[in-house]
Design a protein around this ligand. Structure first.
Ligand code: IMP
Ligand code: MG
Length: 185
């Protein structure tokens, strides 16, 4: 891991290795391929955190499917989800009749996804579900359940495999716990 020292110096410890993630993504892809066989599957990734997961997950899905991306930002305090979400980039396609699966990097308070799910549900999809790489159930503020979860994770600030702190660390192949000293300055 020496060549990653510039990034690893800010990481307390690794939580998920790239091998563990790869195995899990394969399993989740198999489950989705089974459950959505014969349906009209559309994965909608929430930018930017979901891009790495999306790229791997779509290649673990073996049935016909499409992808779209959305970008959202939450109003107010940046470190705390307000639940009011602004759509910065919308999907380019009609969702009517589609079996939508929202792809997220991490489900934390649930505020963002709760808003997004309600919004997309209003567009007449055949079904709507959520797949998230990480789930922090202890942090939930609204009643929202993911349909597919990679890993239940502790209430720590995680980086890597798409997850960022201040736009950094997304390129780390595994998921690590960020040192508190990095954000408690
Ligand atoms: P929620 O509305 O609180 O569920 O916000 C979820 C979003 O917050 C995720 O999509 C991430 O962008 C961000 N987030 C929450 N926890 C973490 C973390 O541990 N590391 C990096 N981003 C996080
Ligand atoms: Mg996100």
């Amino acid at each position: 891991m020496d060549k990653w020292n510039g990034i690893m110096q800010d990481v307390e410890r690794m939580l998920l290795t790239k091998e563990e993630i790869a195995d899990k993504v394969t399993q989740v892809g198999e489950a989705i391929s089974r459950d959505y066989a014969g349906k009209n599957l559309l994965l909608i990734g929430v930018l930017k955190g979901s891009v790495v997961f999306m790229a791997d997950l779509m290649r673990a899905i073996t049935i016909p499917m499409g992808i779209e991306f959305m970008a959202v930002s939450s109003y107010g305090n940046s470190s705390q989800s307000s639940g009011v979400v602004k759509i910065e980039k919308d999907v380019d396609t009609d969702l009517a009749g589609k079996d939508v699966l929202i792809v997220e990097d991490i489900l934390d308070t649930g505020m963002t996804l709760s808003y997004l799910k309600t919004l997309l549900n209003g567009r007449g999809p055949a079904s709507i579900g959520i797949v998230t790489l990480c789930d922090k159930p202890s942090r939930r503020l609204v009643d929202i359940q993911p349909d597919y979860v990679g890993f239940e994770v502790p209430d720590e600030f995680l980086v890597g495999y798409g997850l960022d702190y201040a736009e950094h660390y997304r390129n780390l192949p595994g998921v690590g716990i960020l040192k508190r000293s990095v954000y408690e300055k």
